[in-house]
Design a protein around this ligand. Structure first.
Ligand code: 13P
Ligand code: SF4
Length: 369
């Protein structure tokens, strides 16, 4: 099988901030829907009573001494979502109190993109990173989309610009371009189709081409190249969380316990995937744990996901947790979600002409089913 070739002439930029407009404190959404008073955030018997069923869901991963800090926010957020007709979409990497206690919809990037398209809420709050909020806005142009922290970026999305894609097209004329959804709207506007880690091979093969440019994740590109006859030309981006895992560390875990199941995200380097029992999107990894019910498992991915699956599976599986946190995902917190609902910030705004082209790339992916 042909290995992915990697373009390496341009240094990886990892600190670029997300590109959408960061509006001042009183956003257009705040002018449209109005700002509400900040709810009382005291830990009271009423709050304790009304959140008790939610604490039941997370008690395996959140100590009881911490619940009085979370619970007033959980109650206030759930009350305000109803008042605002708002829906909170949370990625599988969000912390347990967000994922289990205030999210309306949880999932991987593909699931969140599809569910965003079906939402009938007036306001979508993205519990996730900026490219995910942009995807929600692309699929819901008439709705207000908020992200609790505009700086919640992604090292993959920051590794490539629209100008880079235009240069690639000049270098490889006629070669179709596939973009992982972990890209800005500006990049999505320049490509032929998007993909996620759960449909990347299918998307590449759907183009009927001998050669495809795949960006920006060099490791996902290698993962795809190993599973298709299509020749892959890869960009050199990497996920700062998944590239830190090594085969050596996983082999040590396995030496300690040969029965352990090791399951990895395809953003990991190939040698890490090679020593794993299974690789798949975050949703596929969760599905593996829920259906195969291994006695012990190591999730080779962002650390909060193990907490979330542990809370959902109720002690059936023991989780070994190498704690690689995504600093961007962790920018989203209960206090910032509450601020979003009260002040209607921070609003995701995409230039309409660019949005038309970027939306077409996402919709082509969704149309593949
Ligand atoms: P998934 O689409 O598998 O949820 O991955 C998104 C992501 O950012 C992984 O780091
Ligand atoms: Fe981006 Fe990696 Fe964080 Fe996912 S885990 S949002 S790919 S930096």
């Amino acid at each position: 099988m042909e290995a992915a070739s990697v373009l390496a002439e341009r240094p990886l930029a990892v600190t670029r901030l997300p590109g959408a407009v960061n509006l001042p404190v009183l956003s257009a959404a705040a002018r449209k829907f109005g700002v509400l008073p900040m709810p009382n955030l005291a830990w009271t018997p009423e709050v304790e009573r009304e959140t008790a069923h939610l604490y039941e869901k997370v008690k395996a991963v959140i100590p009881s001494v911490e619940w009085p800090f979370h619970a007033p926010y959980v109650k206030a957020i759930n009350d305000l979502k109803k008042q605002r007709n708002a829906v909170l979409l949370a990625h599988n990497y969000q912390t347990p109190e967000i994922y289990n206690c205030v999210a309306d919809v949880v999932g991987d990037s593909l699931q969140l993109a599809k569910l965003a398209a079906k939402s009938d809420a007036d306001i979508i709050i993205q519990g996730g990173v900026h490219f995910m909020a942009e995807t929600s806005k692309l699929l819901n142009p008439d709705k207000t989309v908020l992200i609790p922290d505009m700086k919640a970026g992604c090292s993959l999305a920051a590794s490539i610009t629209g100008a880079d894609v235009r240069l690639l097209r000049k270098t490889y004329p006629g070669v179709p371009v596939v973009a992982y959804v972990n890209t800005s709207a500006e990049v999505k506007a320049e490509v032929d189709i998007c993909c996620t880690s759960s449909n990347a091979v299918k998307v590449v093969e759907s183009l009927g081409a001998d050669t495809v440019i795949f960006l920006p994740d060099q490791y996902l590109a290698k993962y795809v190249a190993a599973r298709t006859k299509v020749k892959i030309i890869a960009w050199h981006g990497a996920c700062e969380v998944h590239e830190r895992f090594t085969a050596d560390e996983l082999n040590r875990y396995r030496a300690d316990d040969p029965s352990i199941k090791i399951i990895a995200h395809p953003e990991c380097p190939p040698e890490v995937i090679a020593v794993s029992d299974f690789a798949g999107s975050t949703a596929a990894m969760i599905d593996y744990v829920k259906t195969k019910k291994p006695a012990r498992v190591l999730l080779v991915t962002e650390c909060s996901m193990a907490d979330n699956v542990q809370a959902e599976t109720g002690g059936v599986t023991e989780f070994v947790k190498p704690c690689n946190l995504c600093p961007h995902m962790k920018r989203i917190t209960l206090p910032k979600i509450l601020d979003s609902l009260v002040y209607l910030r921070e609003e995701v705004v995409i230039d309409p002409a660019l949005a038309v082209r970027a939306r077409a790339s996402v919709e082509r992916m969704i149309a593949l089913g």
